[in-house]
Design a protein around this ligand. Sequence first.
Ligand SMILES: Nc1ncnc2c1ncn2[C@@H]1O[C@H](COP(=O)(O)OP(=O)(O)OP(=O)(O)O)[C@@H](O)[C@H]1O
Ligand SMILES: [Mg+2]
Length: 259
Amino acid sequence: VKVVAAYSIKGGVGKTTAAVNLAYLAALQGYRTLLWDLDPQGAATYLFRVKPKVKGGAEALVRRRHPLADAVKETDFPGLDLVPADPSNRSLDLLLDATKQPERRLRQRLQSLEDEYEVVVLDCAPSISLLSENVVRAADVVVVPLIPAPLSLRTLDQLRSFLDETGGRRPAVVAYFSMADRRRRSHREVLEAAPSGQGDISAVTVPAASQVEQMGGRRAPLAVFAPRSEAAAAFRLLWAEVAAAAGLSATGPGPDHDE
Ligand SMILES: Nc1ncnc2c1ncn2[C@@H]1O[C@H](COP(=O)(O)OP(=O)(O)OP(=O)(O)O)[C@@H](O)[C@H]1O
Ligand SMILES: [Mg+2]
């Protein structure tokens, strides 16, 4: 299973938007996909119209005696399942801390679903914590939305150092500019100066667009209600890059895919 984490130290940058759209596109391409909403606020759970409740709460998510599969819910879309958020996820850090090898627990939990899913997308709350250490250790690819502002490249540097310090297997990083508004001079300046398309910064830029805001009212991924929008096209390109970084085939799982 390939694990893709939408992660940033910063809040409100587009992590959930990325997680929801990328998970949907993975499933659309035929990958059996699971989105795990780790954020107690449950925005991804809400967007997929699932109740933000896990039987047994966050404890059931980390303790080995509870199969993670028991927490999985179906979405309205074929091939796309969800581990919903639960309000008690706000104590995930403490619960992880109390386990053995806390920093590896998330990956261990996902290993139990190895046969069920080809792609797992993690949506995270913004922070640097034991939970985020778990997330980056579990991830094959970390997707990092950046607002085109001078400080956002600094956030990316902080993330790179965090990955260096965390040690172990280093996930690939796919950073991209999110909510870009070319009418704003400050955004234009950053976009023009930034090394997009080089190193871990993607050439894909997701524009600030009303269609993305509408996801909240529609409670659906962009490709469902605005497939021709510029933002939907950007997420398709971003998914292609993320899939390549994860070592997934660009054409989907292929003919020998077992249903
Ligand atoms: N490209 C975009 N254009 C316009 N609005 C956007 C765009 N991307 C995200 N938004 C809006 O910005 C808000 C924050 O986005 P999102 O929830 O994806 O960020 P987040 O990083 O997950 O936030 P949090 O840290 O609170 O979890 C949402 O209301 C979302 O609809
Ligand atoms: Mg979010």
